[in-house]
Design a protein around this ligand. Structure first.
Ligand code: FES
Length: 129
């Protein structure tokens, strides 16, 4: 496997539209962090798990990112609401902000994320979850 192939996150079938997301470990801007992937409108979307309001993780319980309608991602801390397909703030204290996207593909029955200039894999890719 080469870096261009990306890093395996989960089986494609594990990701349901508007359902639970899957977290994965990353090094973002030189610091250990997590990314997450969700499925929306049939496609996977991945972001750095960091709210645009205060830089902390979004999840309600680990892996819960959608609010109850399944149409928006919502931060558990102060209720910032994001569009799942663009990461743009759609309401709440993230006003004008945006989640940091992480490239993700669905391939061979799996979901794979790809590193970029600022988000890369931990050395052994299992260090932080
Ligand atoms: S930290 Fe996310 S809304 Fe405040």
């Amino acid at each position: 496997m080469t870096v261009e192939d990306g890093y395996f996150v989960c089986e494609a079938g594990a990701l349901l539209d508007g359902g639970k997301g899957v977290r994965f470990p990353v090094i973002a801007f030189g610091q250990p962090a997590t990314g997450f992937v969700v499925r929306y409108d049939g496609k996977p979307f991945a972001y750095l798990n960091r709210c645009a309001h205060v830089p902390i993780e979004l999840d309600w319980k680990q892996g819960d990112f959608f609010e109850s309608s399944g149409l928006y991602l919502m931060c558990a801390t102060h209720g910032a609401v994001y569009e799942p397909d663009t990461g743009k703030c759609a309401g709440g204290p993230c006003r004008g902000g945006k989640l940091r996207p992480i490239p993700v593909v669905e391939r061979d029955g799996g979901i794979w994320w790809q590193p970029d200039d600022m988000v890369r894999a931990p050395r052994d890719n299992t260090a932080i979850q």
